[in-house]
Each structure stands twice: as structure tokens, then as C-alpha cells.
Ligand binder design. Structure first.
Ligand SMILES: [Zn+2]
Length: 247
């Protein structure tokens, strides 16, 4: 069976993690078993995910939101609880954050752009901007986003044009990027999580938006990474563990 080191360096080279400055370490966050039979995939290293992975006897967890963001000066009760689950069974964990948003094949944002059927796409920070092949009324566009993400969008507002054509997509907590999205000519901005202050900026700029949910806009990348891993490591059992998270 492949080693954990081999699998993680495969991910790092596929995602070109060295190109990113990130507040989440893109690689091993908790060392575990050397040999890997089972990989559990998840969006966030939540206690619920780690418990399911542990019950399934995963050897390695791969997540988009790792255990540690920024620098820490102590292990609090939440982190201790999560670490305990991993350390009890010697399960390793690696996180892949911004590189997994931005990647041109397996990234969260390219997955959404493809599902929305955007054409002429160009890079837009860690996301993409592109055009719908045909203009669409805003309510129909909300339905398209919801069908693509497989969930109800927590917030959406028709602050700008009645029809949607040019769409910017940045997954996760990107609601502050309205000025940037407009500077690229977007009439509609799809992101994950809405901040209250950003809501007013979107309104005052007259930019349509669909906040699809942080979790929902970041479920696809880790699953795509899993598909690539399955092709390259066919003997390893790989499973995505979903969670009901509506923000
Ligand atoms: Zn995120």
C-alpha cells in the first residue's frame, strides 16, 4: 500500500501548494500511520467528521479546512478533542486550503464554474469569472446555483441587473470581494458566506449576489481531489464524509 508521505506529496505537487501564502498549512498537520489503506475526505476537520473517519478506520484524513489556522499559542478544548480522536488511533491528517479553492482542475471554484456552464472563464483571485451562454433572469440563476451545489442558498439578492450574464465565483468567505468582482465586469457574484458589512457594500454597489454557503461552495474540490487520488492509488479505499452544514 502507498505511504502517507507519497500520497501527501502527490497532492502537494498536483495542487502546487508551494505557490501559495496561506494561513492554513497545506500539507501534514498531524502525522499518523506510514501505510495508508483508507483515506477519509471531508470539508472541515470538525469533531463529527473526525469521529466518522475514526469509526470507518481511516488511516489518513484529507480536508479543506484543517485543524490549525494561523499561529496558536495553546491547544484549547476544541482542538484537544479533535486531536484526541486522531491520536487515539494514530490517524494522520493533512489540509489543503487555498490551493484547493484555486486549482484549475480539482478546485472548488472551477467545479462550480463548470456546473453553472460558464464560458470564456478567466482567473479571479482564487476563483473564476465567466459568462453564461445566455442571459438568465435572477430567480432562475438562483435555482441554477442551488441545483449545482445541491443545497438551498442561504442568501441571494437582486441588487443589480434583472438578468445575469457575467458571473464571478469565489468560494467560502469571499463576500468582501464585491469591488474586485465589479472591476472585472461581473453583474453577479457567487460566493459562500455573507458578512453583514459586505451585504451593505453589495447593495450600495448594485451587485447581484448568491451566497451559496461556505460549506456548500467548498464540498466539491475535496471530492474531485479524491477522484484523482483514486485513479492514481487504485488500491486505497477513499470515501467522502458529508455533513449537514447550512452556513
Ligand atoms: Zn473555506
Amino acid at each position: 500500500m502507498p505511504s502517507s508521505t507519497h500520497i501527501i506529496s502527490f497532492c502537494q505537487s498536483l495542487l502546487r501548494t508551494h505557490e501559495y501564502e496561506d494561513h492554513c498549512h497545506n500539507g501534514v498537520q498531524v502525522p499518523g500511520k506510514t501505510e495508508v489503506f483508507r483515506i477519509a475526505l471531508g470539508v472541515s476537520a470538525s469533531k463529527a467528521f473526525l469521529q466518522e473517519a475514526s469509526h470507518w478506520n481511516a488511516d489518513l484524513c484529507l480536508v479543506h479546512h484543517g485543524l490549525i489556522f494561523g499561529t496558536i499559542d495553546r491547544i484549547d478544548d476544541i482542538l484537544a478533542g479533535r486531536l484526541r480522536i486522531l491520536l487515539e488511533k494514530n490517524i494522520g491528517l493533512a489540509g489543503f486550503h487555498l490551493p484547493l479553492d484555486a486549482h484549475e482542475l480539482v478546485g472548488n471554484n472551477i467545479a462550480i464554474a463548470e456546473l453553472l456552464g460558464l464560458e470564456n472563464i478567466e482567473k479571479c483571485d482564487i476563483g473564476w469569472i465567466g459568462d453564461l451562454s445566455q442571459k438568465m433572469e435572477f430567480p432562475a440563476f438562483i435555482r441554477l446555483v442551488e441545483e449545482s451545489l445541491g443545497t438551498k442558498a442561504p442568501f441571494a439578492e437582486n441588487f443589480g441587473t434583472a438578468f445575469v450574464q457575467r458571473v464571478a465565483i469565489i468560494s467560502g468567505g469571499a463576500s468582501d470581494y464585491s469591488q474586485y468582482a465589479m472591476s472585472l465586469g461581473a453583474d453577479t457574484f457567487v460566493f459562500g458566506e455573507l458578512k453583514e458589512s459586505a451585504y451593505h457594500h453589495l447593495k450600495e454597489r448594485g451587485l447581484n449576489f448568491v451566497a451559496g454557503g461556505h460549506f456548500a461552495t467548498e464540498r466539491l474540490g475535496i471530492q474531485r481531489l479524491g477522484e484523482v487520488l483514486q485513479k492514481n492509488f487504485p488500491d486505497v479505499e477513499i470515501r467522502f464524509f458529508d455533513e449537514e452544514v447550512e452556513i
